[in-house]
Write a protein that binds this ligand. Structure first.
Ligand SMILES: C[S@@+](CC[C@H](N)C(=O)[O-])C[C@H]1O[C@@H](n2cnc3c(N)ncnc32)[C@H](O)[C@@H]1O
Length: 264
């Protein structure tokens, strides 16, 4: 079953932590061994933050941002009026011409596990030899920020509404599985993890952070009363799991998985 979004993304909510979220874009790009690609697609470009980093690094390339969210695309077009943005779904999208670089930051985890490798395979198969397929995804299924979404969902008056919706994103595949799936199409598959430790003002900020992304499928289907109750219960759990630092702030550990594959 597809992940129930049940309302559009909010670029404004997402960009509350834009600097932190975009850091992984730069870290992924730093490992891409291309000097002057001619054709680039930013898959799941969101509000254009990742697209902007790509545009600055490769100003000569024909660059397209694609995303499924009208709200995100509107923001992206306003921010980067000279870049082409198209609406599309990663699970079926194929670029209009072979791309030297297919780049995707923080998107593939939004597909169900069963959809991810078929989509990646189709996209890599569309690339020329030597093309780069690069993506980053949060790998936080077992982090308290995410286990507590699921725990909160299971207990409370919202449990009935949420139990059939399967609102949690599927865990990311292991590096071994990623390698085994992609290697038949690629000359190399470079995989690594980085653990970011984001210092945020307090537990409320952790809730605000995930409200821009992984918490949406949990709260969007709820009435405003249930949503308020869910968020209060979730915040209570988050406050316990993320104790204050000496200066009163909290530290959000955020593991991310990176892959740079070279098309055979
Ligand atoms: C976390 S944001 C990433 C935005 C940007 N790439 C960045 O680096 O911050 C995830 C984006 O993926 C998009 N998305 C989710 N599922 C998608 C799908 N099936 N097809 C295309 N875009 C999708 C969402 O609309 C959202 O803009």
């Amino acid at each position: 079953m597809a992940i129930s979004q049940s309302s559009d993304w909010s670029a404004t909510q997402y960009l509350k932590f834009g600097d932190e979220r975009t850091r992984a874009v730069r870290d992924l790009l730093a490992q891409i061994p291309l000097q002057s690609p001619k054709r680039i697609v930013d898959l799941g470009c969101g509000p254009g933050n990742s697209t902007e980093v790509l545009a600055n690094r490769y100003p000569q390339a024909r660059l397209t941002g694609m995303d499924s969210s009208p709200n995100m695309l509107e923001k992206a077009r306003a921010t980067l009026p000279n870049v082409e943005f198209v609406q599309g779904d990663l699970s079926s999208y194929v670029p209009d011409e072979p791309a030297d670089l297919l780049f995707s930051n923080a998107v593939f985890h939004w597909l169900r596990d069963a959809e991810r490798f078929p989509a990646m395979t189709r996209l890599i198969e569309s690339q020329p030899s030597g093309g780069i397929f690069a993506f980053q995804v949060p790998d936080n299924f077992l982090e308290p920020s995410h286990t507590l979404m699921r725990e909160t969902a299971a207990e409370g008056p919202w449990a009935d509404t949420l139990k059939d919706l399967n609102p949690a994103l599927d865990p990311m595949a292991s590096p071994q599985r990623i390698y085994n799936e992609l290697k038949p199409l690629c000359t190399s598959v470079n995989i690594w993890h980085s653990h970011y430790h984001h210092v945020l003002e307090g537990p409320e900020a952790i809730v605000e952070w995930v409200k821009g992304t992984g918490l949406q499928p949990f709260i969007n289907p709820l009435s405003s009363e249930l949503k308020e109750g869910y968020l209060k219960a979730y915040l209570g759990r988050i406050s316990q799991a993320y104790p204050r630092l000496n200066d009163g702030k909290v530290m959000l550990r955020y593991p991310r998985l990176f892959v740079v594959a070279v098309r055979a």
